[in-house]
Design a protein around this ligand. Sequence first.
Ligand code: BES
Ligand code: MN
Ligand code: ZN
Length: 501
Amino acid sequence: MKKRLALSLNQNQSKNLEKVKTMALILGNYEAKSVNGSLKKLDTLSKGVLKKLIRRNELQGKLGQSLYIASLEGTQAERVYMVGCGKKTSTLSKDQITKILSSIVRVAISSGVSEVSVALPSLKTKEGDEWILTQLSRILEHQVYTYDAKLNKKNKKVNKLKKVVISLSSTASDTKLRKAIKVGQTIGQGSNAAKDLANLPGNVCTPTYLASASKAAARNYNSLSCKVLGEKEMKKLGMDCLLSVGAGSAQESKLITLEYKGGKKGDQPYALVGKGITFDTGGISLKPGATMDEMKFDMCGAASVVGTLQVAAELKLPINVVGIIASAENMPGSKATKPGDVVRTMSGLTVEILNTDAEGRLVLADALTYVKRFKPKTVVDIATLTGAVIMALGYSTSGLMSNNDNLAKSLISAGENSTDRVWQLPIWDIYQKDLDSNFADIANIGGRAGTITAACFLSRFTQDYKWAHLDVAGTAQYKGAAKGGSGRPVPLLSQYLIDNS
Ligand code: BES
Ligand code: MN
Ligand code: ZN
């Protein structure tokens, strides 16, 4: 995976801040009326500059605030930034720490220099210093991401920041802290790999492209292997439901399997199943034109599978993981599936397709049946499945639905830990009747609770194993000026696998 930054730990730096030779020294400081802690020495060396800044209310230390000092006498740094860490006495929540770390990263990137040193004071948290470094490294790698794959050479974006040296006041061993940095950076790289796939346009990122990108990822690691099924092979397996989605497209549908073997031979794998609709026009139930371009992001579930498998391989997690990607392009056309058409799934159940725009569940139904052959320990599917999840949870939180409470709990906790959060919605039996059909075993739409009925549809195919469904329609992409893949839920999935390692 592409590493965008050189990140390293140097604990000596915190002990002698005045000696750090750097283009930009970024220091965390507490909210205080007087100079305290490690800043005392810098204040003395600078003949009271910091004291003066505090007196003038310019250096306040409020959470996330930042202050630029063009040059601080007595230091070897070309410039100094102070980033506020709030009141020293209060225990900081994950969100507060994240706010501080995000400010540091923003300052590091906007400083415009190629190399910075970050020195964090000891921060009071429940999570601990390793968590802080993992989070900082992940955010750094995530924020330096740029996408310019399709730009003319002269318009390529140059990412100035190349190197970050980190230190923090901690009693943890350097080995542990270095490991924490490596974990965070690797998760950031995994997110970025997912963003790269997401951001490619639909005319480039087709099911065939996703297949070759998966094969390319597998070539980079001995522990990763990839197998691709085309339409002929899927037809033989009885995957008419999956195939019905790509029927109107000139692009061949693909079922991609990415296997990571880091555990013992007989260890049951954790399965991740991704929705890989490389473009969703809605099909014959055509979508409106406004923002339809964003339906190139309808393969973000698939992208998160590729990204997470690479994280597992890079971190050499001692488990087995299998990733399945169900990929098709949803197009209208003379061969396209029509509302009212009935298709048979690999499981044997027949489906009346009342709306061809509810296609994600159709490709997932067959993939979720196919995954049984791997005898998975748990199965998590990831899909930009419904617009309704945005109505329920907005753009910050993914929807979680599951047939197993323990699995749901561990995903909620991995989401908390990685600040890539999910919230559980019910899939009680009362919703199941919304899928009744007069002409087939089930219909592909029904009822008013769109996110829940979509999950209920999937639940018909997942009864033989522990299963959870992540609806990431609101979280997998950024909207507006920052339009692009977000890399989510790679942090959540990576943390889930790490927690099970
Ligand atoms: N890919 C869409 C869901 C989506 C919507 C993702 C907005 C990202 C942003 C999905 O295939 C879809 O079209 N779902 C329909 C289902 C409906 C027809 C029951 C929807 O949400 O409108
Ligand atoms: Mn759709
Ligand atoms: Zn879709």
